[in-house]
Design a protein around this ligand. Structure first.
Ligand code: SIN
Length: 305
């Protein structure tokens, strides 16, 4: 049987298939639809210091190649997260990565202070890349100096693994990934959504209340793969690949390109069984290709000579 275990810096996972933040609530919402224990890790919905109602509706719309969202980081806030959501998540037989959002570096620090003495949290994913908020979203991952600075502040607060979730909405993502590495993260996850826009031609209004929004789903996969390739070729840091992954072939593309794990996002809205199915099919692929362990696959991209 193929060994699916993978490592993301200091984090050991039983397999490389994660679910992306914000695509399945706090886990309880999908009970009965999928077995969360089959996953390599669960990444929570973004948690902020204070509760956030999010942006006014409509804040999601389906498009032919994916979907637009502008949720605005709606969440219950860290205190309610610890009281109401964490007990369920912490009891799962999988790793738990809490995604954190903030308007300022101090916000991230404050959220981490609330979480540090909670057991069964295996790492933090820092959301530096939400395109749908006025403060604390893209500004943290569109400039290398800002990225390194904010990571550096957060790094001092915790020994737990830190992952920076980066935006594709930059010219050279390798510079941002390098800055995040220099600041002290253990890994980067890429990509978050591309900024997109759609118009309802009957009402002539934007299809999303906030206007421009985050575009995700199958259409962004080639963009995401190009960003993973760029970082894999230029930065010495573990990569978690995200972007339009719906099936095992998509997942394999990311692993072969250099990601040591992947996150399934928009596909969860279509079929919450996608991620566990990818785990099964990845094992079948590895057995069929006589691959004993995942490192034989990760970064195994062959160049044309
Ligand atoms: C949102 O809450 O608007 C989306 C989250 C994100 O893109 O990081």
């Amino acid at each position: 049987m193929a060994d699916l275990t993978t490592t993301i810096g200091p984090l050991q996972l039983k397999n490389p298939v994660l679910v992306a933040s914000g695509t399945f609530g706090y886990g309880q919402e999908v009970v009965g639809l999928m077995d969360l224990n089959r996953l390599g890790a669960v990444v929570t919905k973004s948690v902020s210091l204070e509760p956030r109602p999010g942006n006014p509706p409509p804040r999601i719309c389906e498009l032919p190649g994916g979907m637009l969202n502008s949720i605005g980081l709606a969440n219950v806030g860290v205190e309610a997260f610890v009281e109401q959501k964490l007990p369920f998540l912490a009891a799962l037989d999988t790793k738990l990565i809490v995604n954190i959002a903030g308007r300022t570096p101090d916000d991230y620090v404050a959220v981490i202070h609330h979480l540090e003495d909670q057991p069964n949290i295996d790492g933090y994913e820092l959301n530096f890349s939400c395109p749908n908020v006025k403060k604390g979203g893209l500004e943290f991952s569109q400039d290398p100096t800002t990225t390194a600075g904010v990571v550096n502040v957060i790094r001092k607060q915790t020994q737990r693994p830190l992952i920076a979730k980066l935006t594709p909405n930059v010219t050279r993502i390798r510079e941002i990934a390098q800055a995040a590495a220099d600041g002290g993260v253990d890994a980067v996850s890429l990509i978050n959504t591309l900024v997109g826009f759609a118009v309802d031609v009957e009402t002539r209004r934007p299809r999303i209340h906030a206007g421009a929004a985050g575009y995700s789903g199958p259409a962004i996969k080639p963009v995401a793969l190009a960003k993973v390739l760029e970082v894999a070729e230029h930065v010495d840091i573990p990569i978690i690949g995200i972007g339009g992954i719906c099936n095992v072939t998509d997942a394999l593309e990311f692993l072969i390109t250099g990601a040591c794990a992947i996150q399934v996002g928009t596909a969860n809205f279509i079929d919450p069984g996608s991620a566990p199915r990818i785990v099964d099919e990845l094992e079948q692929y590895m057995n069929a290709h006589k691959l004993a362990a995942l490192p034989e696959l990760i970064g195994s991209l062959k160049k044309w000579s």
